[in-house]
Design a protein. Structure first.
Length: 255
């Protein structure tokens, strides 16, 4: 996307219902490995939910929130999703206790009033460890803080076409950081992005919880950015995270 189009960028966010009647908008569910962050390479069941409150210009899951690309998915109860999850894992000859459940989107925290019930159901079905991937804009409620085992917070930088005020919630960053169970992963595409992390985010999150990830949803772009992103991570005392799913499968769905 050109700099001109970024200046004029306005995400086309699909409106979400005021009342989901206790159901969750599941877009897709699949078994793979975690591709990013602390648990990269660990077997995982991904539960992807619709709708987003941000809408990044480079987002590779626009089908969960962009009005022009939106896929309705299925409105399912926590019980129905638990049954589906158990069947998916069993079909891969895996035990529920051996895989992490990764709640992703879109922005799954839009559904935090219903996710604790889902997590509770999944725990009773044998799943033990729950990660959530969030943009860090929605303050977690008490139930979510108790339910989630690890927070993969991916605060956004202005390389997403939006400004700092739109991308940052200091209150949410503090709430997630205070769990002691969180990493803060940043998708970077330029040296200016590193400066933005230091200026706007480093005052609010632990230095040793920051991970840098190269931008791009093709293998070629990942490999092009990786050397300088690794060097920047070493230079600033951050951690580097690969994006294994992109290196292996590019932008292919359900990988």
């Amino acid at each position: 996307m050109s700099s001109i189009s970024l200046i004029n960028y306005q995400p086309r966010l699909q409106p979400w219902p005021k009342d989901f009647k206790g159901l969750l908008p599941l877009n897709e569910a699949f078994v793979s490995v975690q591709g990013e962050g602390r648990f990269a390479g660990h077997p995982a069941l991904f539960l992807r939910f619709n709708y987003c409150n941000l809408g990044c210009s480079w987002c590779d899951t626009r089908f969960t929130w962009d009005t022009d690309k939106f896929e309705n998915g299925d409105l399912l109860s926590p019980q129905q999703i638990t049954k589906l999850a158990f069947e998916l894992v069993a079909s891969q000859s895996k035990n529920a206790s051996d895989v992490h459940v990764v709640l992703t989107g879109g922005e799954p925290m839009l559904h935090q009033d219903r996710l604790p019930e889902l997590i509770s159901n999944l725990r009773r079905a044998g799943f033990h460890f729950f990660e959530i991937e969030t943009n860090g804009l929605i303050v977690p409620n008490e139930q979510m803080l108790k339910s989630v085992d690890w927070w993969n917070s991916s605060p956004k930088l202005s390389n997403n076409g939006l400004n700092v005020k739109q991308n940052i919630s200091v209150e949410t960053l503090h709430a997630i950081a205070e769990t002691g169970k969180a990493d803060f992963k940043f998708v970077v595409s330029s040296v200016q992005d590193i400066d933005e992390i230091i200026t706007h985010y480093l005052p609010h999150v632990p230095h040793n919880s920051i991970m840098l990830m190269p931008e791009g949803f093709t293998k070629a772009k990942q490999l092009r950015h990786t050397p300088w992103v690794k060097s920047a991570a070493i230079r600033h005392g951050f951690r580097f995270s690969p994006r294994l799913h992109i290196l292996e499968w590019g932008n292919e769905r359900k990988r």
